[in-house]
Design a protein around this ligand. Structure first.
Ligand SMILES: C[S@@+](CC[C@H](N)C(=O)[O-])C[C@H]1O[C@@H](n2cnc3c(N)ncnc32)[C@H](O)[C@@H]1O
Length: 379
């Protein structure tokens, strides 16, 4: 296993999570119509270990791809892999990979067995020297990788979690189509949420998933154990990561659009925020059908978001609080909160969404997205 080859910086960032083929297959089946005649870029992927690369290489002909480009970052540590390959001077297990790119424009049936399989892809990598070349860093932000990005039609990968904001910003800046994996919590980010508001990205078919990644991280801490260990998987090699979602700007057939709204507004069940002119809705299933003002809802709402039905107003983060005009919590709420035994680290000048619940108890709400129903109506 590769643990010994991981340098400490990489461990600290925790970016090494390798997606399994069934997870990729389950999601990408929804976008097949988009791939024909297109150049696909997997830009955080060592072709020798990435299942994203394997997915597209094996289906290159079936999908009718024009080109497949795959780039590997030189900060990536070495992993075990199926398509074993080493650059000559690094034959003895290098500490880090040499950045490289692989460009494929055809995948012939090299062994003539009538189907393209892993051995054909291996043959291509080993025998067609034109497809493989080194890069300076392989960093998706580097000029050489940006040139490849410009050439690509659709980017498909699981990018580093630690750089997700920059990563998505770059895709949007270069006006690229994409299907990527990320933590669902990033929806809330000040840099990301506006893309949802402007209809520049939405969630994919698979959302709020617990994915089992191949990963070099130990995570043997007892408190984490039950969350990260995946039944039936070797804990030294696999790790379970909750709250992962697919994100895209490709159209696909959603199983269901919009929410059926079955509740009516009343001021007991839907308290007004002390700090903002909106009501709090503590479960997505309780969004009232007849309220025409702003509502704060849990951020799981994003998986039901239909722009025909709702308008996204903002998210409850520091920067949005300023922009939306969320007011400071104030001395009175803090005093009552402390009197009620509250121990959270809140201060009177914090701009945050707080309420008094139906029993008059001061409560801080978490992770709210602010929305407005475009067509409120009575039941
Ligand atoms: C979450 S892993 C996913 C790997 C692969 N895409 C997969 O799903 O199996 C993200 C990968 O991006 C690499 N990476 C980290 N920083 C990068 C950067 N600046 N540019 C390109 N790749 C980077 C990491 O080393 C890691 O291998």
């Amino acid at each position: 296993m590769a643990n010994k080859n991981l340098n400490s910086a990489k461990v600290a960032k925790k970016d090494e999570f390798y997606t399994q083929m069934p997870d990729i297959e389950r999601e990408l089946q929804h976008y097949w119509e988009h791939f024909r005649g297109k150049t696909i870029l997997c830009n955080c992927d060592d072709p020798y270990e990435s299942n994203f690369f394997k997915y597209f290489a094996l289906r290159f002909n079936q999908l009718g791809l024009k080109k497949l480009i795959c780039t590997c970052y030189n900060g990536s540590p070495v992993q075990g892999n199926e398509l074993v390959f080493r650059f000559a001077p690094y034959d003895d297990e290098p500490e880090q990979k040499i950045a490289h790119k692989l460009v494929i424009t055809e995948v012939p049936d090299a062994n003539g067995d009538g189907a393209v399989d892993l051995s054909d892809v291996r043959y291509l990598l080993e025998n067609d020297k034109n497809v493989l070349s080194t890069l300076q860093t392989g960093d998706f932000r580097s000029p050489e990788c940006i040139e490849l990005l410009k050439e690509a039609d659709i980017v498909v990968t699981n990018p580093p979690f630690s750089l997700i904001r920059e990563y998505i910003a770059q895709l949007i800046q270069y006006d690229k189509k994409f299907v990527i994996l990320a933590r669902t919590s990033m929806v809330h980010a000040y840099e990301i949420f506006p893309y949802f508001m402007e209809g520049k990205m939405w969630i994919g078919a698979g959302y709020n998933l617990s994915l089992i990644y191949k990963s070099p991280y130990d995570n043997t801490e007892d408190k984490n154990r039950k969350y990260v260990q995946a039944k039936g998987y070797n804990p030294d090699e696999y790790i379970k990561v909750p709250a992962i979602g697919w994100f895209t700007n490709l159209k696909y057939k959603r199983v269901k659009n919009g929410l059926d709204l079955v509740c009516r507004y009343n001021d007991e069940d839907y308290p007004k925020y002390v700090t903002y002119d909106a009501i709090d809705v503590d479960e997505v299933g309780k969004i009232p059908c007849d309220y025409d003002g702003i509502m704060g809802v849990p951020d799981t709402f994003i998986q039901y978001f239909d722009p025909e039905q709702f308008e996204l107003i903002g998210a409850e983060t520091g920067e949005f609080a300023e922009k939306l005009g969320i007011r400071p919590i104030g001395e009175e709420w803090i005093r009552k909160y402390r009197e009620a035994g509250g121990t959270g680290h809140y201060t009177a000048n914090m701009k945050s969404l707080v309420i008094y619940d139906r029993n008059g108890k001061p409560k801080k709400v978490f992770s709210r997205i602010l929305i407005r129903n475009k067509h409120p109506k009575a039941l």
